[in-house]
Design a protein around this ligand. Sequence first.
Ligand code: SF4
Length: 366
Amino acid sequence: MSQEEIGDLNLLTIEEIKRKVKEIRTHLPRDERFFITYSKNFTLSLSNYCQNFCGYCFYNHRIPKPNGQENAILLENEQMQTAIQRGISHDCKEALLMSGERPDSFKEVKDELEKRGCKDFIEFVKEISKYLLDFKILPHTNLGILTYNELKILKGYNASMGLMLESSNPELLKTGGVHEESPGKIPDIRIEHINNAGKLKIPFTTGLLIGIGESFEDRIKDLYLIKKIHKKYGHIQEIIIQNFVEKPGIPYKPGEVIMIKDLLRISGIAKIILGNEIAIQVPPNLISGHEKEFIEMGVNDFGGISPFTIDYINPRKLWPQIDELKKICEMQGYHLKERLPIYDKYIQRKDFCSENIKKTIDNIIY
Ligand code: SF4
């Protein structure tokens, strides 16, 4: 994509974006045109320990948590059992498994893994994933950067996996940038991870983090980059457009606050660039009160919504009530529909869905 093309997209008014998005939607089969999806899930936060220290992060173990809450070295077995039981009672189909990046690079985590009889963190995650499947709960894992082999191990027990591209602007790694102390945020390493997931045919979620020091141009370039990777492997089922939100105790103080209108623009432009092939997702707890405008900008997925676990990245932002969200969608002429963490088209697509996952899906009624 040329500077001129980026400039052209930049010049579009909100109304022009809206019109283009509407036109793109007409290419969908009629029965798919008026659905917005979400996945009913709960989160298992496995470890706050992280090799990186991103300036905007509240999750990292180096940030003290309020109300005397401890940073987890490794999720306790009892906590997991309680969450699973609650997940079952709420009829959740997905468990989001998340952690800091490479937690087992820390001695505290390594020692705890040893006590639990696991040789490394990946084995721990694999065992939890297998266990969840026994309860007909589909894991979606996002642990930060993994090797090709680690992705391969987890694919067998995960319905889908994820890694935010965030931003491929290398300037963010320089002194004073949000990724200054985050070796895992080197763009080439993240791009390699997303490519590897494609080679392994893993249904995948990625996305942009907006408002961390990147420019409008960077965002557009990254959307084209995601499009290019998807063209090669066909594995990206959704992209998240996620805005930075201020949190207590974090080092990053944005020079410029991200406005809803900026998010709306980039969501609409994402739809224009990616078309109907990849779902455009915004976290509904971060855009509350503006759902209608985002739907008009082509957003067609609200991601994982939990009836009982918090958003660990933005703990002050509460998940919406599904019934409320349903009403909002209906007022716009859309139907809010539950989906699994693997999109239907990937269940059917050859080699994208492992036998373990297929078997579990056969036992899930949704
Ligand atoms: S954003 Fe992710 S990678 Fe960065 S410090 Fe937080 S947990 Fe680690």
